[in-house]
Ligand binder design. Structure first.
Ligand SMILES: [Zn+2]
Length: 506
């Protein structure tokens, strides 16, 4: 026999697709030809596989070897095909009867010495195998726990090519994956630790309930970061689909915690203002790494000291925030990662970052406007809730022993409000109020009666609020009504929404 076939999985973005690795060995000048749109890493695979096969004590077939990866039209990135290529060509040479690998997916990178190395993205790869009705997978031992998270698949692991060869030849058992890790440990920081800050807490709750982006302005020490870090603690846990999606993104980034379990909490990402565009939106050669905006998918992306981020970085975030996904241009086809995230940005009112009213701040009004103006184009336009937090007063600090309302209590209100909104918009496919287009709320049956929007229309007429700002206030009013259990917003809800908008410092 001079032909063999082994199953593997390739990734397009965060979605796996089953790939057939075919090996054909023909008489002729010894050579290895790989076809099926391989990237550079696959060409390097040729050398790695040869060294690994020889160093595992197997004979390298001195024939003309053709390797074909199907479907040929699918671009293939990364090194997860090594192990499948090695066994396919040993099968094709007649060295190894491949019957035990029938309908088995084989994943792994090979070291020159024949060790099997972990690869990024094993979780979505195994999930793809399960979707294709393939029930058995063989993965690198360091990825075994992660692979075992996918239900309905029997996972076995290998540490060396030699072990896999022994298994195929003699049925020597493979390595069992470790028992699944217990569910997530203690959660992140809790709102109970935040004293005072009634406005900030309310802004956070409204943002969570309506899925609104949030901007927190205020002097250093006003508690902006403390509040932002606690947003995930009041968001609903991820459902099964979302958990799998979020865990898969962290798997592709190679950032899953050891032990292997689904990420159930909304993720929190806080890139530093010196972060590169690639680390924010993703990139890199081979299998592209998701950036912070994708690692924050279904969670929170926090930009602290937002005006300090480079203009290029802020611009790069515009498209993902608008479309809920990132498109990375690649040399061969694009890669797309989901990026449906809730943005929280924090900013000091001026570049010197000294307390407001403090005699030390000598920033001119122009300097202050310019500083926050850096945000206005790309980001601020998309942010519903914009509040300016007052400096924390000494009295509030003294009361700090008295704890605030804990996250669990706030999360219960947020969950109820989200259910109300999801029911209302179910026919339109929107999950939260932030997704509802403004024109929808300006027309029947959702238009609010004139008596409830008088102040709002006054602000629009006087020019103190833009048309877009008008829509944002109405959207927030719906969220406030949902939080307080009312069918429709009333004048008071609109008034509170205006307050949650008036931190419009820019
Ligand atoms: Zn200043």
């Amino acid at each position: 026999m001079s032909y063999a076939k082994v199953l593997c999985v390739g990734l397009l973005g965060v979605t796996g697709h089953v790939v057939e690795v075919e090996a054909d060995l023909a008489p002729g000048l010894p050579a290895v030809v790989i076809s099926g749109l391989p990237d550079t890493a696959l060409h390097e695979a040729r050398d790695r596989v040869r060294a690994a096969v020889v160093n595992s004590g197997q004979r390298w077939p001195n024939r003309r070897i053709t390797l074909n990866l199907l479907p040929a039209t699918m671009p293939k990135f990364g090194s997860a095909f090594d192990l499948a290529i090695a066994v396919a060509l040993l099968g094709g040479s007649g060295e190894l009867p491949l019957l035990p690998l029938e309908r088995v997916v084989v994943l792994g990178e090979l070291g020159l010495d024949g060790t099997v190395r972990p690869v990024r993205g094993v979780l979505p790869m195994v999930a793809a195998a399960a979707r294709a009705g393939l029930e058995r997978v063989i993965v690198p031992v360091d990825n075994a726990a992660e692979a075992a998270v996918v239900p309905g698949v029997r996972v076995r692991a290998v540490d060396t090519l030699h072990r896999l060869v022994e298994f195929v030849r003699d049925g020597t058992p493979l390595i069992e994956p470790p028992a699944p890790a217990p569910t997530e440990g203690p959660g992140g920081p809790d709102l109970a630790e935040v004293a005072g800050q009634a406005l900030g807490r309310r802004a956070l709750e409204v943002a969570a309930a309506g899925g609104h982006h949030l901007a927190l302005f205020g002097p250093p020490g006003a508690g902006k970061t403390m509040l932002a870090e606690r947003l995930p603690s009041i968001l609903p846990e991820l459902d099964d689909d979302a958990a799998l999606e979020v865990t898969a993104l962290h798997s592709v980034a190679g950032l899953l915690p050891a032990g292997g379990r689904l990420l159930r909490r909304p993720p929190f990402q806080a890139p530093h203002h010196t972060a590169t565009v690639a680390s924010l939106v993703g990139g890199g050669s081979g299998l592209a790494r998701p950036g912070a905006v994708s690692l924050a998918h279904r969670g929170v992306l926090f930009l602290d000291e937002a005006p300090e981020f480079g203009r290029g970085a802020l611009e790069a975030l515009r498209q993902p925030l608008e479309h809920g996904r990132v498109q990375l241009a690649r040399s061969r086809g694009g890669t797309e990662y989901p990026a449906r995230t809730q943005l929280v940005l924090a900013a000091n009112p001026c570049p010197c970052a000294r307390p407001a009213g403090d005699t030390y701040c000598e920033c001119s009004p122009l300097a202050r406007r310019r500083y926050l103006g850096r945000l206005s184009g790309p980001l601020l336009d998309r942010i519903d809730v914009q509040v300016t937090l007052p400096p924390l007063r000494a009295a509030e600090l003294m009361e700090a022993t008295a704890t605030g309302e804990p996250s669990a209590a706030v999360a219960a209100r947020v969950a109820a409000a989200r259910r109300a909104a999801a029911d209302r918009w179910a026919g339109d496919g929107w999950r939260v109020n932030a997704e509802v287009p403004g024109h929808r709320l300006r027309h029947p049956p959702w238009r609010l009666p004139e008596r409830d929007t008088r102040e709002l229309r006054g602000r629009l007429d006087s020019g103190s609020l833009s048309a877009r700002g008008f829509d944002r206030v109405v959207r927030m009013a719906w969220t406030i009504a949902d939080l307080d259990g009312r069918d429709r917003p009333q004048a008071d809800d609109v008034r509170e929404a205006i307050q949650l908008r008036m931190g419009d410092a820019a």
